[in-house]
Design a protein around this ligand. Structure first.
Ligand SMILES: [Zn+2]
Length: 281
């Protein structure tokens, strides 16, 4: 598989890493993170917790992905909007150079960079999200306010679509990118399949939050999944698909560098091997 590490930069909290993927580059822009308590998990047995999270905590970071194609600079989510702008600067980009934003879902840690003082942070960006996700937040009352502010400000630039099951030979949403259904964490939660030449990456949004336990035990859910049963089904389905098709995986809450390879777990479920910083060199 054509993967080549290009560059990395890390100064205090600011961290960026870039990989080549066919004719595209994929950068991971860290928004930082910390340890979270296992009481956020749902459906884990005491034995699983003891085995995979012996100190009762797991790392939860937030990442933004930037895909640069020959024609466009594409952000996948915008994180908290905390380190994002400094990280873009590191790559020689500013907000005006982002032409496309793909949203996995509308939780605050994914749309935090969309607005600044009530105005569009990315004035030239076309914004894509699943119609189901749009409808959910539109009708959510008070808790949907932040999402609806984004809808109002970007209104003419919002494109709604219906994600597809991964095995369907669907048309690209935009050249080189397909939108894949990953419902459950939120009703319209979407993963994005990026393809250039023989390089295939699935940026899976919030398919996982607690990697040390949800990889071997994908049936373990999170307290903030809107529909935990659907979230578990999506996780099981997409992990199997990634393994079968030898796809590189990346996730918004996978610890930095947040991209890597899936294999079968030693005793159960799956295992995740982060992509080596020196890969391809
Ligand atoms: Zn999230």
């Amino acid at each position: 598989m054509a993967v080549c590490f290009l560059s990395a930069s890390a100064q205090e909290e600011q961290t960026v890493i870039t990989f080549q993927a066919g004719k595209f580059t994929v950068s991971v822009l860290s928004e930082g993170g910390g340890m979270r308590n296992s009481d956020l998990l749902r459906g884990a047995t005491p034995e699983q917790l003891q085995k995979y999270l012996p100190d009762g905590t797991f790392p939860l970071e937030t990442q933004v992905f930037l895909v640069r194609t020959p024609d466009k600079n594409i952000l996948i989510d915008t994180g908290h909007g905390k380190n994002l702008f400094k990280n873009l600067q590191t790559l020689g980009l500013d907000e005006n150079k982002i032409q496309t934003i793909l949203l996995t879902h509308l939780h605050g840690d994914h749309i935090g960079g969309m607005l600044r003082e009530g105005k569009a942070t990315f004035p030239d960006a076309e914004v894509y999200l699943a119609k189901k996700e749009y409808d959910y937040w539109l009708n959510l009352g008070e808790r949907g306010t932040a999402a609806r502010n984004v809808f109002d400000v970007y209104k003419d630039k919002i494109h709604l679509f219906e994600p597809v099951e991964p095995e369907k030979q669907a048309k690209d949403l935009i050249p080189g990118v397909k939108a894949i259904a990953a419902y459950g964490h939120t009703p319209g939660h979407t993963a994005y399949l990026i393809q250039s030449d023989d390089a295939k990456w699935l940026i899976w949004g919030d398919l996982t939050h607690a990697m040390p336990v949800q990889m071997p035990c994908p049936q373990v859910a999170m307290s903030f999944d809107v529909n935990a049963d659907d979230a578990v089904r999506s996780r099981q389905k997409l992990l199997a698909y990634i393994l079968e098709n030898n796809i590189i995986a990346g996730g918004m809450h996978v610890p930095f560098p947040a991209v890597g390879y899936i294999s079968k777990g030693k005793t159960e479920g799956y295992a995740f091997a982060p992509m080596c910083f020196c890969e391809g060199i």
